[in-house]
Design a protein. Structure first.
Length: 304
């Protein structure tokens, strides 16, 4: 595979503005306001938010890129689940905020807000983290309900190090051997979604299930693995819900230097954990004797 770096420290790789250069020079992510968390094996900060395969559209590969516009993805979900215009407050400050201000709010638990919350495994050893938990707190400081949120982009294969070096040294966008690890969709993402969704449906205060936020190309690949979006029947929000909240770049306006490419919510598709599990287990098998025929071809033996 081959790809170029599409975004570098938040800005388009071909952005030659002073603000984009400053972000690359200081290695500060313009979304988090902190040093970029992505790095190569030798510890060098990579700064790559998205890559663009030569034959397709750019794909976000850093989850923090989805937190642009002041964590808009969390506000979008909170507005849909709890009602509009509730303030997002760091989890451990939320009760005091509600009581002091006599207004309901949304307690946010996640990296940089209130710590991630772990879901225990059946053996009570280890467990999965949920990226975000949004909890509605009443004006009296009581927990009313909550919803869980997973955020997933895509891992890369190969390397974009030569592209990084070209951008850092000369500001040039060059082709690299980087690719996208789509196999993780089947191996890791979907099994975890099903597991977490099954746990959350048993929670009396989790009335709207699990939201899964991802870039549009990742969603499309997940739907391919599940046999198509039409097979995942839409359901109203419920404890057993899995809602795919899909975001993509908004190129509707003429892009300009010195600004991040805005994101837009392109789709919300709510189904159930049962439908996702059923589709995941419904494997389409190839015709019989494919191994036999492959061995015969390798041996130079004609097939019968």
């Amino acid at each position: 595979m081959a790809a170029t770096i599409f975004e570098f420290f938040g800005y388009r790789a071909d952005d030659r503005s002073d603000i984009a250069k400053h972000a690359a020079d200081t290695e500060v992510c313009p979304i988090s306001g902190e040093t970029c968390q992505k790095s190569f094996n030798d510890g060098v900060v990579s700064g790559v938010c998205a890559i663009k395969p030569i034959t397709s559209e750019p794909v976000i590969c850093c989850p923090i890129r989805l937190y642009a516009d002041d964590y808009r993805i969390l506000s979008d979900i909170a507005d849909r689940v709890f009602g509009p215009n509730l303030k997002l407050v760091a989890g451990r400050d939320a009760v005091n905020y509600s009581i002091d201000n006599r207004e309901a709010c949304v307690a946010v638990f996640g990296k940089g807000w209130g710590g991630e919350l772990r879901l225990p495994q059946k053996s009570k050893k280890g467990g999965y983290f949920v990226d975000w938990v949004l909890a509605k707190i009443s004006e009296e400081g009581d927990l009313v309900e909550f919803v869980a949120v997973e955020v997933q982009t895509i891992d890369t294969t190969g390397t974009y190090r030569p592209g990084y070096d070209a951008l850092k040294q000369d500001g040039l966008v060059e082709k690299t051997t980087a690719g996208l690890n789509w196999e993780n969709v089947a191996k890791r993402i979907l099994p975890q979604l099903i597991y977490k969704g099954q746990i959350l449906q048993r929670e009396e205060l989790c009335k709207n299930g699990l939201f899964f936020v991802c870039p549009e190309p990742v969603f499309r690949r997940i739907m391919e693995r599940l046999g198509g979006q039409e097979g995942l029947v839409r359901y109203a929000l419920q404890p057993a819900s899995i809602t795919f909240a899909v975001y993509d770049y908004d190129f509707s306006s003429e892009p300009s230097d010195e600004t991040l490419v805005p994101l837009k919510n392109t789709l919300n598709h709510s189904t159930t954990v049962y439908k996702v599990q059923e589709a995941f287990n419904n494997v389409t098998l190839p015709i019989e004797n494919v191994y036999r025929d492959a061995i015969r071809r390798a041996l130079g033996i004609e097939s019968e």
